[in-house]
Design a protein around this ligand. Structure first.
Ligand SMILES: [Zn+2]
Length: 174
């Protein structure tokens, strides 16, 4: 009798182990599928245009800043001293990038934001164009150059996204 109970419990325990194993395998594979789906969704939204194509849809100044990674002169752009409510979108593809709530006056002559609306919509790269290391920021969707990001912003992030006016378009809140 006693042995029978032990045997039964053993069988139940093994069945329980199988159950946990199957649960583990199922949760792993659905997690993987989910991230694959998200990756594909992001990929399908990506815009890959040739330089010629960009030339035909952007102004010369936008092309110089966004495609040739130029920098507009400080205090000359459209938005450095604009503090209207709204969303700043990528001037090349329309992706919403910065909220006016995070815009601040950095006294540098370029529109500055202490945060991005969604950090996955901004991609970064390191450049040494001016002789020292800077972190370039680009629109993740279309690759257009936006400006640079520095670790000297105000609270709560301590980050300063320094953006060319030519790279963004303000959609004012109605
Ligand atoms: Zn874009």
């Amino acid at each position: 009798m006693f042995l029978e109970v032990v045997e039964n419990n053993k069988a139940m325990f093994i069945r329980f182990l199988y159950f946990i194993l199957i649960l583990f395998i199922v949760s792993c594979s659905t997690g993987k599928n989910k991230s694959l789906i998200m990756e594909n969704e992001n990929k399908s939204r990506e815009i890959n245009r040739s330089k010629e194509e960009w030339k035909s849809v952007l102004t010369d100044h936008q092309y110089y800043v966004m495609i040739e990674k130029g920098t507009e002169r400080p205090y000359t752009g459209e938005y450095w001293d604009v503090f209207k409510e709204g969303v700043y979108k990528c001037a090349a593809c329309g992706e919403p990038l910065f909220d006016s709530e995070t815009k601040f006056d950095a006294h540098c002559g370029w529109p500055s934001f202490y945060d991005a609306m969604d950090s996955t919509k901004i991609k970064t790269d390191v450049d040494y164009k001016v002789g020292y290391k800077r972190v370039e920021i680009m629109c993740a969707r279309c690759g257009a150059h936006l400006g640079h990001v520095f670790p000297d912003g105000p609270k709560p992030t301590g980050t300063r996204y320094c953006v060319n006016s030519a790279s963004i378009i303000l959609e004012e809140k109605k």
